[in-house]
Design a protein around this ligand. Structure first.
Ligand SMILES: [Zn+2]
Length: 91
């Protein structure tokens, strides 16, 4: 699956640091804008780093289609760093 396909399918990408409890849910449209629609999701996931502990032990899942009407809080990807955990201050 590519980022473009993920956007078209309206799936959610959820990433988290294996050392932390919290997770991030980047906006797929932002990822497409940054990395291009032809980038494979697995290649995007390989670039992830934790913003709190700088670790590369970041895992991710592709979740089902977004439910319209029920908005979950989303963390926007900033500077290629997507996962916030532990004491990382939220902005
Ligand atoms: Zn971490």
């Amino acid at each position: 699956m590519t980022l473009g396909q993920a956007l078209a399918a309206e799936v959610r990408l959820i990433a988290w640091c294996k050392a932390g409890e919290q997770r991030a849910e980047p906006v797929v449209a932002d990822l497409v804008a940054r990395y291009g629609s032809d980038t494979a999701v697995i290649d995007w996931a390989r670039r992830l780093r934790c913003s709190a502990c700088d670790g590369r032990e970041v895992d991710f899942v592709v979740s089902g289609a977004t439910r319209r009407g029920s908005r979950t809080p989303r963390l926007v990807a900033v500077g290629g760093r997507l996962v916030r955990c532990r004491s990382s201050p939220t902005t």
